[in-house]
Design a protein around this ligand. Structure first.
Ligand SMILES: [Zn+2]
Length: 135
């Protein structure tokens, strides 16, 4: 296999804005493998306190800890993200797609953007906690 990334076979630092946690890269490679190698675009990777505030990220965002990535809707279902080993999964309002994945420590969590309850999520929108999308 030809190595195209400087972090792993398919991912490079420039896509994340630095070097993310190794567990994040491992899970992203697995997610990509499960998608039969379909190219995976990183929408948002590592954030500074300033850049996180600018996009309306949660103050305790896993992006600040280099443990999170946002990915495009349409790439992976919440269940596929859970199977790849992610422990935090943000899901589109219709429940179909994982758009935030992270490798947080501690309790795993899943939430849906655009819900009526919960708190303020990325972009200032609402989110609500949902059941873990396990198998
Ligand atoms: Zn995110």
């Amino acid at each position: 296999m030809k190595l195209v990334g400087d972090l792993s076979p398919h991912f490079s630092r420039h896509e994340f804005g630095g070097e993310p946690h190794a567990d994040l890269i491992r899970a992203l490679e697995l997610l990509r493998l499960n998608a039969l190698g379909k190219p995976l675009v990183i929408v948002s990777g590592i954030r500074t306190t300033t850049s996180n505030a600018a996009v309306g990220g949660a103050p305790n965002s896993q992006h600040l800890l280099k443990r999170a990535a946002d990915i495009p809707a349409g790439y992976a279902t919440p269940r596929q993200a859970a199977r790849a080993g992610f422990r935090g999964i943000g899901i589109t309002g219709d429940g179909r797609w994982a758009v935030h994945v992270d490798v947080r420590r501690g309790r795993r969590a899943a939430w849906r953007y655009g819900g009526g309850g919960g708190g303020l999520g990325p972009g200032g929108g609402f989110w609500e906690t949902v059941r873990w999308p396990g198998s």
